[in-house]
Design a protein around this ligand. Structure first.
Ligand SMILES: *[C@@H]1O[C@H](CO)[C@@H](O)[C@H](O)[C@H]1NC(C)=O
Ligand SMILES: *[C@@H]1O[C@H](CO)[C@@H](O)[C@H](O)[C@H]1NC(C)=O
Length: 419
């Protein structure tokens, strides 16, 4: 019996009360009634917080609804620290790169078509609005709680000094990293695939991490890339995403625009929207470029998608360590291995193929770069690699004139060597 129906008539309430009294022995009845009605209210309240009034709504072929929300009315401004924030419509500085993006070889030519988002097929948002993927009741109900919706589980630690912890969390990585310096940003061009997910509560993503602090309690992290996450989005599509936290995934941060934090200025790219097209085995290969950098003047962390879209920024005050600089950068893949039936999951990372299969089969990151203290993009020095179980998902680095520093990564998960 629903909450709305119950509150409509006194007699129904009396009946419910009588039922509760009658089953007082179990004690849980009254609690359950209030719990479910409270949850309904909480879900509705949260939907109202996330879905701001739109000047236009666009139905995407994948079923998403994209709301065009006036830039000044986005959910970010509900943050108490952002009440009087003067929105910045462009960064003060843009990192200078040594790498010539226009120099494309035969091999990369095919992949340099501009990536579009699926919803563009049915319209665009007007200027001075931002496209927001509408959150539905079902999206929130798939999460373990209203509070958990849009957030990583706490144990989602990208690279732990403690291998037991890395394993315990069920998260598996195949990554490349640099540390030991101060970093002011990172860039990568990431091959896009649609990995298969075995269990709806698992995910597969490919991203870069901008990290500060320690992996235990106070990790600051800015993350961006693509992901397949049935729990978060309700389907198996590959989607552009961002994430941030300033306390190791405990109380702060979220995916995309699912909490106050990231301020979007771009009217063309929606966070959490499907990327199309994706790469095919031995077929056309597609990739996306992501650049995240710190504006030396205001200290905000900006994000750019492709060569043309400056999406917006994470205000400096969200962070402690990252308010100054990052101490580590990571690039690569992560999946959740929930070990259904005690066996390794067959959720794929990247293309689902191992790195040694190379171009057209394995997924890659190319032209990985860091931003230094002079706001220059440069090749990362002293790259390390990390995987929990290289028989399940692996990584292989290389460098050449065309791709700069690159790596192939990923794998099928469960296989004879990864039972
Ligand atoms: C997602 O893929 C899994 C198999 O990989 C399939 O069982 C499931 O039905 C798919 N979900 C949707 C919403 O298409
Ligand atoms: C994680 O667990 C697997 C299987 O129990 C083991 O083979 C592997 O060495 C562990 N990884 C780390 C980094 O400890």
């Amino acid at each position: 019996m629903g909450f709305a129906q119950l509150s409509r008539g006194r007699s129904r309430r009396a009946l419910a009360l009588a039922l509760c009294v009658w089953s007082l022995i179990s004690l849980s009845c009254a609690a359950r009634l209030t719990d479910s009605s409270r949850q309904k209210l909480d879900v509705q309240k949260h939907l109202n917080r996330l879905n701001k009034p739109a000047v236009k709504s666009i139905k995407s072929p994948d079923g998403d609804i994209i709301d065009c929300v006036p830039i000044s009315q986005q959910a970010a401004f509900d943050h108490p620290y952002l009440k009087d924030h003067k929105i910045q419509m462009r960064p003060n500085y843009h990192p200078e790169g040594l790498f010539n993006e226009n120099k494309v070889s035969e091999k990369t030519k095919e992949r340099s078509n501009p990536q579009v988002q699926l919803w563009h097929a049915n319209g665009r948002c007007p200027e001075d609005t931002i496209p927001v993927r509408r959150t539905r009741e079902d999206d929130i109900l798939r999460a373990s709680s209203v509070k958990a919706y849009g957030r990583k589980k706490q144990r989602s630690i990208p690279k732990s000094a403690d291998p037991d912890l890395a394993n315990e969390s069920g998260h598996q990585h195949a990554i490349v990293y640099v540390n030991g310096d101060k970093y002011y940003g990172a860039k990568a061009t990431i091959n896009v695939w649609e990995p298969k997910i075995q269990q709806p509560n698992e995910f597969s993503l490919s991203q870069l991490w901008i990290l500060g602090g320690s992996f235990g309690e106070d990790l600051n992290s800015i993350e961006a890339g693509w992901q397949v996450s049935p729990d978060l989005y309700g389907d198996n599509n590959t989607r552009l995403f961002t994430y941030w936290t300033s306390d190791a995934y405990q109380a702060t941060g979220c995916y995309n625009l699912l909490c106050s934090g990231f301020i979007q200025i771009n009217s063309e790219i929606a966070m959490g929207a499907s990327i199309s097209p994706v790469s095919g085995l031995r077929g056309s290969q597609y990739d996306i470029s992501i650049l995240v950098w710190k504006d030396p003047k205001e200290g905000h962390w900006w994000m750019q998608f492709g060569n043309d879209y400056v999406l917006g920024y994470w205000p400096s005050f969200l962070f402690s360590y990252l308010a100054d600089s990052a101490s580590m950068i990571e690039w690569g893949g992560e999946v959740v291995n929930s070990e259904p039936d005690g066996q390794h999951t067959s959720t794929q990372m990247g293309s689902g193929r191992f790195p040694e299969e190379g171009f057209g089969k394995a997924s890659y990151f190319r032209n990985i770069q860091v931003v230094d203290s002079s706001n220059n993009l440069k090749a990362p020095k002293g790259l390390g690699t990390f995987t929990e179980q290289s028989n399940c998902y692996d990584v292989q680095t290389g460098s050449n004139g065309d791709w700069g520093h690159y790596f192939y990564y990923g794998g099928p998960g469960k296989n004879p060597n990864c039972p």
